[in-house]
Ligand binder design. Sequence first.
Ligand code: UDP
Ligand code: MG
Length: 319
Amino acid sequence: MSSIQNITILVPLYNEERGIIRLIERLDKLIDQSAEKISVLFIDDGSKDNTAVLLEKNIEGKENYSALFLSRNFGHAQALTAGLQETDHTNADAVFIIDGDLQDPPELLPSFLQKLKEGYDVVYGIRKNRKEGFLKRICYKIYYRLQHRFASINMPLDAGDFSLITKRIVKIMNSLPEESRYIRGLRSWVGYKQAGIEYERDERIHGTSKYNLLALFKLAFNGIFNFSELPIRFIVTTGIVSIGFSLVYLGITVYKKLIYGTVPEGFTALIFAIVLFSGVQLLSLGIIGQYVVRIFFQVKQRPLFIVKSRIINGKPADG
Ligand code: UDP
Ligand code: MG
């Protein structure tokens, strides 16, 4: 894969009006400095602020820039999916995925590209330092390590969506019919030669993160339940262990009955057992529910996103 001429930079945007001018400035510079032909594809994920208007105003007439406008907010993963599917119809040899808040410095493209030229198909960024708050940093650390343990595929630690991937990887990812899209997981699942590059994740300059703690949990759940059967095995193991315990306890009780003739005692133990095992049962139902819900949404086969309008190479195009 040494002949990479055309690169598309994919940038999802949700309520990023305050940073967009700066973003385009930095991308312009990158386009000027690159030997390769760089195109930018923005995906406006149903922003409620002025992002869409500012986008139109600032990219119209600029040949290197395109944009998709989704009909509502579909979420980060869906926005990226929309972008990946759109690039399938272009001549892009590779796709560079970055965040629209400039936390992933676009200027790192040359070093990512270097790796790609060495024969890798996926080059992802590894976050060396995080500049988020302490609590969020801890949560991230735990989450990535849990996921690493849990998932049946080998997902790299501290790697997000920031990556440069070749056309064939884009094609494969687009062919995956999953409704619940965990992009970094799908990217790992694909295989081929993958490599990580360490980088400093910058602070968000404008606006706020769209991932609050709840959204992060959702993301983490996708990472675990979309790629692992371990939670189900946990249920089976807990079931077997509790059956074992109850058999032992039954044995002791029968023995006591036969030898001493006494049995009724241990009210606390009884309550304890009831509370513990009803908890375990609810948890188990919840775990099964996680898988069922995913099946439920998958069988509906709804489209993953709806494109309301497009700007292609600086010119407005039909839906
Ligand atoms: N984003 C999006 N749709 C959403 C939420 C976020 O397109 O529903 C975009 C957002 O504009 C940004 C990127 O996804 O460009 C990453 O989001 P954010 O910076 O909030 O995440 P964090 O950096 O905190 O993980
Ligand atoms: Mg961010």
